[in-house]
Design a protein around this ligand. Structure first.
Ligand code: NDP
Ligand code: 2IT
Length: 453
């Protein structure tokens, strides 16, 4: 990379180097850009990171594994998918991060998710490196048998690359406890060992209590911390949530328990508006619909009179105090952000990974609204995954109270780190700056200590 004469780094030059090296990877380029915009000024004040080429090394995965997944569907047709595991960084611990099964999965998306994961995992204070994997397999409209067959075929290659001391996958979009069960079964059969090689297992056979709830609960703990900084509370606040999968479900549950009024949820077909706010009854219906029946969100409106369905729309126009995007990347753009700002929303917290575009984030920060990036506010999932690894390694299970207490404590610590590294001169807390610098310092210092490897 071309260096400026004074040996400082330049954002535009770095991005042109990165984009040239990673063409056709827009999501990866976007995730790195968001990070280097705050990191490069910091690195220029701390030249050891530039001298050791930490950014250049951190943006080059340690290893990229891609493989063929061939399997036979229920109609005896041969299906071919592509499997991936991208091992980004192991400076502070074994690679750790989820598996995503979705037709959109490609190298760019997994590199962006893995890059985010490295910084997120560092923020937790647990000894976890970062990675991500998955497949372009589409679980929709597949039978249980097809899902099991696919998971077994996927693990038949992945097993040789992972392990409890090497790389520990978990769930993400399209991978929940059912898929983790099939993946674990195949891993155990091939390796002939019962170890914590995956997290998100069911609590009856090595999983941690609260792992299912962890990302959503953690998101709400983080929101509570953010609101605290402006002397506000969740009680009675209106909340817009996108998604109706794992993260959205437990974000909604904890918001409900905190006496907030949840107005919306969604899936890729549209959103529902709940007049009067979500109730336990409606939430239970959604959990059953999504987790057991694999139904569409429209069915909630068919069942409850106060629920209305808006096909092919996102919920961002709905006026609310708090906005929690919990579905997928780039689901909220600058035009949506402008509406949210004009609605006098006070807090946006990302439950999903990178759901807001860079321009949307800039819009929120320009308006000095509380905004938290996913690597801080959705870290609860990997936190409890880390706690599951601890329990597996000593072959013991903690109570849900113990796990939830530790989750809350770690989410509070992450918030403290954001405040420490991200508070601006005018008192505004820049959570993007805070989380990126705090995560980076931890990984970068470990990389320097371990030499050029
Ligand atoms: P799920 O598969 O359980 O749910 C995903 C939800 O998002 C569904 O409602 C789905 O709708 C919707 N969705 C997915 N893709 C799209 C799309 N392209 N457009 C619109 N809606 C879409 O996944 P999770 O809840 O686990 O993950 C959600 C987000 O949270 C992801 O960004 C993930 O990376 C992140 N995350 C997950 C963690 C975890 O522990 N599971 C931890 C931290 C972050 P539909 O069913 O119609 O596809
Ligand atoms: O994005 C994420 O943090 C996850 N999908 C969870 C990762 C994990 O290892 O639990």
């Amino acid at each position: 990379m071309k260096k400026k004469q004074d040996n400082t780094q330049d954002i535009v030059e770095f991005m042109s180097y990165l984009n040239d090296k990673n063409p056709n990877e827009p999501e990866f380029q976007q995730a790195v850009k968001e990070v280097v915009e705050v990191l490069i000024p910091f690195i220029n004040e701390n030249p050891k990171y530039q001298n050791n080429k930490i950014l250049e090394r951190m943006t080059e995965p340690e290893r990229i594994i891609t493989f063929r997944v061939a399997w036979v569907d229920d109609s005896r047709n041969i299906q071919i998918n592509r499997g991936y595991r991208i091992e980004l960084n192991s400076a502070i611990g074994p690679y750790k991060g989820g598996l995503r099964f979705h037709p959109s999965v490609n190298q760019s998306i997994l590199k962006f998710l893995g890059f985010e994961q490295v910084l997120k995992n560092a923020l937790t204070g647990l000894p976890l490196g970062g990675g991500k994997g998955g497949s372009d397999f589409n679980p929709k409209e597949k039978s249980d048998n097809e899902i099991m067959t696919f998971c077994q075929a996927f693990m038949s290659e992945l097993y040789r690359h992972i392990g409890h001391n090497t790389d520990i996958p978990a769930g993400d979009i399209g991978v929940g406890s059912k898929e983790i069960g099939y993946l674990f079964g195949q891993y155990k059969k091939l390796k002939n060992e019962f170890t914590g090689s995956l997290t998100g297992k069911s609590p009856g056979w090595g999983g941690s209590l609260i792992r299912t709830q962890a990302t959503g609960y953690g998101n709400i703990y983080f929101v509570q911390n953010m609101l605290d900084t402006i002397n506000e509370v969740l009680d009675n606040k209106t909340v817009v949530i996108s998604g109706s999968g794992n993260v959205a479900q437990y974000t909604a549950e904890k918001a409900l328990q905190s006496d907030a009024k949840v107005l919306t949820m969604s899936d890729s077909s549209g959103y529902i508006y709940i007049d009067g706010g979500l109730t336990t009854e409606i939430l239970e219906f959604i959990l059953d619909l999504k987790n057991n029946k694999r139904g569409r969100i429209k069915e909630v409106a068919n069942k409850f009179k106060n629920v209305k369905f808006f096909a092919d729309e996102k919920p961002w126009k709905v006026k609310a105090d708090i906005v929690l995007p919990c579905a997928t990347q780039n689901e909220l753009d600058v035009e949506d952000a402008k509406i949210i700002v004009s609605n006098k929303t006070i807090c946006i917290s990302e439950g999903a990974n990178m759901p807001c575009t860079i321009d949307a984030v800039n819009e929120f920060q320009k308006a000095k609204i509380l905004f938290s990036p996913g690597k801080a506010s959705n870290a609860g999932g990997v936190v409890v995954s880390g706690l599951e690894m601890v329990q597996n390694s000593v072959r013991y299970s903690w109570t849900s109270e113990t796990v939830e207490e530790k989750l809350m404590e770690i989410m509070n610590n992450i918030h403290d780190l954001c405040v420490e590294y991200g508070t601006l001169k005018d008192g505004y807390i820049d959570y993007v700056k805070g989380s990126n610098i705090a995560g980076f310092v931890k990984v970068a210092d470990a990389m320097i200590a371990q030499g050029v490897v």
